[in-house]
Design a protein around this ligand. Structure first.
Ligand SMILES: [Fe+2]
Length: 386
């Protein structure tokens, strides 16, 4: 039997329009969803890079009214979601368009939740607590990392508690995503490297997730192969073929993790973002090798598949020997990208580890990890990379 008899599985993704220049479809896409007054959610970097002006041009070509909300930062805050939702209501918008990386897209989803469901964003933390459909949502991702443009996740920081709130609901899967690899050209090498490690973490965690199934596995494995082939080149040279490879890797990893969910790397990374404002991709990169080492015995054949996808030599080797290569392969990749490898390099304080571990133990992503770790084991993993 491929899946247990009592399981009902779903595979949900948005309409995907892919290709160089696909941003040009942003007005038409909003119009197709019934839009007349658009809330465009973005961040100041996208404005400077010129992508907001280009998006506005396409909205105007379709005679759409629009208002821009750009008060978005990395690790988006609860008050920004509330501010954006207020603007959406004031301007009587009917469609949300997000242009940017994971932060504007996650903010747009949060705005959508409040636009239809009212109350505070904190009330929706957890699984499937959204009762009303959000307004139509079109995304144009500017990074190859978060997969937020295809996923049913949003992660918003509770600023008062410095805690990241993960919200998971089919209701927040975007309607249309426009994947235009041109947008990656204006990102720094460091950002391409860190967001690419987020993509790799999505693919690995989805592949070993307790909810993985034959609809998610091929996308996860292909995403890992694409990262192995293209990430270093994309970050170092911004070669367009490499950026396209990473765009597709991000899409496929997003399709896999949105439907198979994530694991302990994200559970341990979320508190680092909430507590220290560390970039999400970088937090995942720091934690990925140590968590993989711990997870190894709980999903050995799958880690052998990951080793192969990362390009490991497999001839005459046992499954165990093939799988054991993964941590070293990851460390080599991180070294080539020049990313930090110790938590102390990004400001993590040893004294905070018990509190971080408590948050990680309670994170929703721990539920689908191949093994559920207790607080003491999580503390030990943080210490290993301190
Ligand atoms: Fe992620």
């Amino acid at each position: 039997m491929i899946v247990p008899e009592d399981s009902l599985l779903k595979f949900e993704i948005p309409e995907i329009i892919y290709g160089l220049g696909s941003l040009s479809q942003i007005g038409l896409s909003a119009k197709r969803l019934g839009g007349e007054r658009i809330l465009l959610v973005t961040d100041p970097g996208l404005l400077v890079a010129g992508w907001v002006d280009e998006s506005v041009k396409y909205l105007k070509e379709e005679n759409l009214q629009y208002v821009v909300y750009d008060n978005v930062v990395t690790n988006p805050r609860d008050f920004q979601v509330e501010e954006g939702a207020q603007l959406y209501r004031q301007k009587k918008c009917d469609v949300i368009v997000a242009v940017g990386g994971g932060s504007p897209i996650d903010t747009a989803k949060g705005i959508g939740i409040l636009a239809s469901n009212h109350g505070r964003i904190h009330e929706y933390e957890g699984c499937n607590l959204i009762t009303q459909p959000i307004p139509p949502l079109v995304c144009a991702p500017s990074t190859a990392g978060t997969g937020a443009d295809v996923s049913q996740f949003t992660v918003i920081t509770n600023k008062r508690a410095n805690v990241k709130m993960t919200i998971l609901s089919r209701a927040i899967t975007p309607d249309i995503t426009l994947v235009d690899p041109r947008l990656l050209k204006t990102k720094s090498s460091e950002l391409i490297a860190a967001t690419g490690m987020d993509t790799l973490t999505h693919a690995i965690e989805a592949y070993v997730s307790s909810l993985s199934w034959p609809m998610t596995d091929p996308h996860a494995i292909h995403a890992i192969e694409l990262v192995a082939e293209h990430l270093v080149n994309a970050a170092k040279t911004k070669d367009m073929t490499a950026l396209e490879g990473m765009s597709i890797a991000c899409l496929e990893a997003g399709m896999a993790f949105s439907n198979a969910i994530l694991g302990a790397v994200h559970a341990l990374a979320h508190p680092l973002g909430g507590f220290y404002d560390i970039h999400h991709g970088l937090a995942n990169s720091l934690l990925l090798p140590v968590v993989v080492r711990q997870n190894m015995e709980h999903a050995l054949p799958k880690f052998a598949g990951i080793a192969r996808a990362l390009g490991a030599e497999t001839r005459d080797k046992s499954i165990d020997a093939v799988a054991q290569q993964v941590p070293g392969q990851l460390q080599n990749l991180i070294a080539k990208l020049g990313l930090p490898t110790r938590l102390s390099q990004v400001g993590v304080d040893e004294a905070d580890i018990p509190r971080l571990a408590q948050m990680a133990e309670n994170d929703i992503c721990m539920l689908t990890n191949p093994h559920c770790y207790m607080k003491a084991e999580i503390e030990s993993m943080y210490h290993d990379v301190l």
